[in-house]
Design a protein around this ligand. Structure first.
Ligand SMILES: [Fe+2]
Length: 471
């Protein structure tokens, strides 16, 4: 229920977003850097209500993708829902038909059992040479046209994809190879680890048995290893299979299990070590690499527990109250033993959606970029209203604080064509003061200066999860 006490982001989250065709963008201020050539893609839940019913969780929203094409100092944009089978069936019915992460299907046990879960295609994107993939961690990707965003259908990555394909693939900057994973239920829950050619074709995979049914959202790629940190959240599979609870409601925080550290060899995809350490929860990693001592150095956003899931559940109704603050955290791990050799918070503020420049994936890096809160914000009541750059060498933090009721998306780093170390940060901003959306471009090393360019979007874009840049 929307009331006048709701935050300024409430309306754009709870009102289904409106698609728009390819449209030239009006420059509100500044100018587009002439060297900026390529496309920004973003994916996020855009419809959280149908037929008067609200979804059970923010993660249940149907995915819509924004593409902003830049060339010769001009920009055009298109915004389209991913035409999944479930989205089309529910559109035709005028009501929700399927179970999802945070909601059960109507019709009790049989409907939940027979219909399965809707692929929301709402979490991230992977741009390949000939198609864009809309990703969702519980299922297979959907392929879309890179320019028009027309949905082509489920993509099996050259007919070899048997399980889900998570929303956090990692691309090796030197080879273009794509690493990713998926999790399947069954007699025993299995982690499927994939290595794909840059065309998307799966060329190697391994299956690793897991204990219980954890939630695994992201992982780390280094030069030698893949690192999975499996937090002590377990899904009660019986209540899930019986259809009595949604996935979200069937999750249980079991800190006594600790966090499992699972390290795989990057060449063979086989397990190198598997250990357990203290409990925490994380959604996202910034990056990782192998240091000069052979240890794995990683950075991620660490939460004390799984209250973050409740906060995201509340986002769907347009008002939040649960405190769940993640801290930027660094850790070192001995890959052979799995022992944690160093573990330190880096900042005393709530951060999320960390990224690095794409050419630094799996390598040492200096600058981490992420979303955070600006001054005077009550974190449990607000979405992020700032993007930030953290210098890991000096400890300096630079913010682009958008101000009250203005909400930027995850920042995406774009290298300048002639110098990878210099670049721009692009973010899609919802302005709750004017109920409008825009694209902002910043110098990556001058976030505290006003944006280089602000571009008006034809309609409001709700907060999105993840995106990418395609040169
Ligand atoms: Fe994510």
């Amino acid at each position: 229920m929307i009331t006048s006490n709701n935050p300024a982001w409430s309306k754009v989250v709870t009102t289904p977003a409106t698609e728009f065709p390819l449209t030239p963008l009006f420059v509100l201020s500044g100018s587009i850097p002439p060297q900026l050539t390529g496309t920004l893609y973003r994916n996020g839940p855009a419809r959280l209500e149908r037929g008067g019913q609200t979804v059970g969780h923010w993660f249940d929203g149907d995915g819509a993708i924004l593409a902003v094409h830049f060339a010769k100092g001009q920009a055009t944009a298109v915004y389209r829902y991913v035409q999944t089978e479930g989205y089309q069936a529910e559109t035709a019915a005028g009501r929700y038909l399927y179970a999802n992460y945070g909601m059960r299907a109507p019709g009790g046990f049989w409907n939940n059992w027979l219909k399965g879960t809707k692929n929301s295609a709402n979490t991230s994107v992977l741009s390949l040479d000939d198609r864009l993939l809309a990703l969702w961690e519980g299922g297979k990707p959907h392929a879309l046209d890179l320019h028009s965003l027309e949905t082509k259908g489920i993509d099996n990555l050259s007919d070899t994809l048997q399980a889900s394909f998570s929303a956090h693939p990692k691309i090796d900057p030197d080879t273009g190879e794509i690493y990713n994973f998926g999790v399947t239920l069954g007699k025993q829950v299995t982690l499927h680890v994939y290595r794909c050619h840059k065309t998307g074709k799966i060329i190697q995979q391994n299956s690793i048995k897991l204990s219980g049914c954890p939630l695994i959202h992201d992982f780390v790629l280094t030069q030698k290893y893949l690192v999975f940190l499996i937090s002590p959240v377990r899904v009660n599979v019986i209540s899930l299979l019986m259809g009595t609870k949604s996935v979200s409601d069937a999750t249980e925080w079991q800190p006594q299990l600790g966090t499992q550290i699972l390290i795989c060899d990057r060449d063979t995809l086989s397990v190198v070590s598997r250990t357990t350490t203290e409990p925490w929860y994380q959604w996202h990693f910034t990056n990782g690499y192998v240091d000069q001592d052979g240890e794995i150095a990683i950075e991620f956003i660490r939460y004390a527990d799984f209250a973050t899931n409740q906060y995201f559940k509340e986002v769907a109704i347009g008002k939040t109250e649960t405190a769940a603050q993640g801290r930027l955290w660094s850790m070192k791990i001995n890959p052979q033993t799995g022992q944690v050799t160093a573990s330190n918070p880096l900042l005393d503020r709530h951060c999320e959606l960390p990224v690095v420049a794409p050419h630094q994936v799996a390598k040492p890096w200096r600058y981490s970029y992420f979303s955070t809160h600006g001054e005077g914000v009550i974190p449990e009541q607000e979405l992020f209203n700032a993007i930030a750059c953290f210098d890991r060498h000096t400890g300096n933090l630079t913010l682009a604080d958008m101000g009250k009721n203005i909400y930027p998306s995850e920042p995406i780093y774009v290298s300048q064509p002639d110098n990878l170390e210099r670049g721009w940060l692009i973010t899609v901003v919802y302005d709750g003061n004017t109920h409008s959306s825009e694209v902002r471009i910043y110098h990556s090393d001058r976030l505290d200066e006003k944006p280089l360019c602000r571009l008006a979007l034809p309609s409001t874009i709700p907060p999105s999860f993840h995106g990418t840049w395609k040169s």
